[in-house]
Design a binder for this molecule. Structure first.
Ligand SMILES: Nc1nc2c(c(=O)[nH]1)N[C@H]1C(S)=C(S)[C@@H](COP(=O)(O)O)O[C@H]1N2
Ligand SMILES: [Mo]
Length: 236
């Protein structure tokens, strides 16, 4: 079990053992071996253990399903449904044509790593909600990943913040597949687990739904520096 009480998958254990073995070898070839092992571990890591392995650029690639969904840009659609007057189903081209918001903020994972000054661009989630027309009685927004497992949620007020984006670009380029492309959520003031990768569905709900990691004890109110028992400096 890891610190969250989640069983550690056999593959992950094998991956970490392999890393230990590589560490003994040392030298330049060991670094490239670490890189390839890290890719394997990250892709099969249901626990966040790959966070123990340093990664270039500071980001760790996470996928709770051990999979990196592949959605062709031409097949991509984002649905906005639930308590809305006008349910939406937007193609990537339609999303690209909407007004964009850009911001540069730190990205902080609750396991401790932070990448400073990451530039993001996309459609403000609040603008999509306005376009869809939120109905009375709505309280929350629940998002789902096309990996079929990962979910997250925000209160309606949080979802309408101008620093919460349906992100299409990261560091001036389309969001890569590993980072959740073609479209991911980016919730600037909260820990990384709120930033759902491979975003496929946005549903306006009558209550706040428990997200994937929140089932395992992470805070629903995931403010960086003010939740999860951590005292990180707020992202800026
Ligand atoms: N679909 C999906 N989204 C996800 C995750 C995941 O495992 N699956 N991990 C979350 C966590 S804990 C973090 S810190 C960030 C990591 O983003 P990155 O993989 O682009 O570094 O994605 C978040 N969104
Ligand atoms: Mo994370």
């Amino acid at each position: 079990m890891d610190e969250n009480g989640v069983p550690v998958g056999r593959r992950v254990v094998l991956g970490m053992l392999a890393l230990g073995a590589v560490g003994v070898v040392g030298g330049r070839s060991a670094q490239s071996a670490i890189d390839s092992v890290r890719a394997t571990v990250s892709n099969h890591d249901p626990t966040g253990l790959s966070a123990l392995v340093p990664a270039a650029g500071g980001f760790r690639y996470y996928s709770v399903t051990g999979d990196v969904p592949r959605v062709a840009d031409s097949d991509y659609h984002l649905s906005v449904s639930g308590l809305v007057r006008r349910p939406l189903r937007l193609s990537l081209a339609e999303l690209r044509a909407l007004p964009h918001t850009s911001l540069t903020r730190d990205f902080q994972c609750v396991t401790g790593w932070r990448v400073e000054n990451v530039r993001w661009s996309g459609v403000a989630l609040g603008d999509l909600l306005t376009a869809a027309g939120v109905m009375p009685g709505a309280v929350g927004v629940s998002v789902r990943s096309s990996d079929g497992v990962y979910t997250e949620s925000l209160s309606l007020d949080q979802a309408r913040r101008r620093d919460v984006l349906v992100a299409l670009e990261m560091e001036g380029k389309p969001v890569s597949r590993a980072h959740g492309g073609p479209v991911r959520l980016y919730v600037a003031p909260m820990y990384g687990y709120k930033s759902c990768k491979w975003l496929s569905d946005i549903e306006v709900t009558a209550q706040i739904r428990t997200g994937y990691w929140e089932q395992y004890g992470y805070a629903t109110e995931a403010w960086v520096g003010n939740s999860n028992g951590r005292d990180d400096a707020p992202t800026s």
